[in-house]
Design a protein around this ligand. Structure first.
Ligand SMILES: *Cc1c(COP(=O)(O)O)cnc(C)c1O
Length: 370
């Protein structure tokens, strides 16, 4: 190419999403395919949110409210913070992008776990920053080791809690003691994309720390438990000062009216979220029982997915399950080569999936013995 794009983005791979359902149906001639690959809510959004979206869809000619005033005031009330402490993004992905754009340069570095959610590194690379990856310790964030990586050029530390792709979480005690030791000019991001699924009593209450730590930003999304992944809406909650610094970077109309209306309606229906959390916990319990009865190891999950070590190469299990109509994520691209990451589906989907997994396990273990 003759145009001079930033050298650091030459050869960079775009984000690899879970395989789309229609593509799989066509390729394999399957009539029914279950996507358990992207941690979407298998039950969809609250009916009230779907209704609000449909209604808003009738007026696509009008630009959205860039400030998202209605969603902002509702979210602030829900979180018990000030509306000025929120920045909305086209998914929390976009807030990650804005943070990197605001804080990172080639002279700086950023600290994160490995493996963790891919977008921290991806956006930091685009800004030319140095990436300091700290291996997970037995599947968990090693916060003391991450702290050791901090120097005067560190600008952002990412804590994915619970962590994707492991499902593991950092406790309140660990997080608070870590935060206390981070220099006050280094931003700590607590990415809580799965918080609605968390049931652990010692999970941190980061919102209550925002007043004491202006260098803390909490990321949340409407894509996972709220079931609105396609509409692209998430947010960051932090100090008013930080939010004001980010706002000029935010594209003017980055969240649509449809997304704002649907998210506001979804937020009001907490009973629905609660029922999804209950169903999800039951599904994970069932997955775990399956693993135990089949001698498979897994990491305990506070999310809506489970990382299962099948002892068989992830891509092979992926293919085998795909042929039976199930799209999962191979651990090979996630840093766990002998694992698959499976999103909890509906009760029916999970029954069918465990049957397929059972078959795939026998087929592939016989293969490896040959
Ligand atoms: C899914 C996910 C996100 C991004 O979700 P959006 O759809 O962009 O809001 C962010 N962080 C983690 C850890 C995720 O798993």
């Amino acid at each position: 190419m003759t145009m001079k794009v930033k050298t650091q983005i030459i050869g960079m791979e775009p984000y690899k999403p879970g395989k789309p359902m229609e593509e799989v149906k066509q390729e394999l001639g399957l009539s029914e395919v279950h996507k358990l690959a992207s941690n979407e809510n298998p039950y969809g959004p609250s009916p009230a949110a779907a209704e609000a979206a449909a209604e808003a869809a009738g007026h696509p000619e009008i630009y959205p409210d860039g400030y998202a005033a209605e969603l902002r005031s509702q979210t602030a009330a829900h979180l018990n913070i000030d509306p000025s402490q929120l920045v909305f993004g086209a998914g929390s992905d976009e807030v990650i992008l804005m943070l990197c754009r605001a804080l990172l340069t080639p002279e700086t570095n950023t600290v994160m776990a490995s493996p963790t959610f891919s977008q921290y590194k991806h956006n930091a690379v685009v800004e030319g920053a140095e990436i300091r990856e700290v291996p997970l310790k037995n599947g968990y964030h090693d916060l003391p080791a991450m702290l050791d990586q901090v120097d005067e050029n560190t600008r952002i530390i990412w804590v994915c809690n619970p962590n994707n792709p492991t499902g593991t979480y950092t406790t309140k005690e660990e997080f608070e003691s870590f935060l206390e030791q981070v220099p006050s000019d280094v931003l700590v991001v607590s990415d809580e994309a799965y918080i609605e699924y968390v049931t652990a009593p010692d999970y941190p209450d980061t919102l209550s720390l925002l007043n004491d730590y202006p260098n803390l930003m909490v990321l949340r999304t409407f894509s996972k438990a709220y079931g609105l992944a396609s509409l692209r809406v998430g947010y960051g909650a932090g100090s008013t000062e930080l939010v004001q610094a980010l706002d000029p970077i935010r594209p003017p109309f980055n969240t649509t009216t449809i997304a704002q209306k649907a998210a506001a309606a979804a937020l009001k229906d907490q009973e629905y979220v609660e029922s999804c959390r209950r169903e999800n916990r039951e599904a994970l319990d069932e997955f775990e029982r399956f693993c135990e009865s089949h001698g498979l190891s897994y990491l305990p999950s506070q999310t809506n997915f489970l990382l299962i070590n099948t002892g068989i190469p992830g891509n092979r299990m992926f293919d085998s399950l795909l042929r039976k109509g199930f799209i999962v994520r191979s651990g090979e691209s996630l840093g766990f080569p002998d694992s698959i990451r499976v999103t909890a589906g509906t009760k029916e989907q999970n029954q069918l999936f465990l049957k397929a997994l059972d078959e795939s396990l026998s087929e592939n273990s016989t293969l490896s013995e040959q």
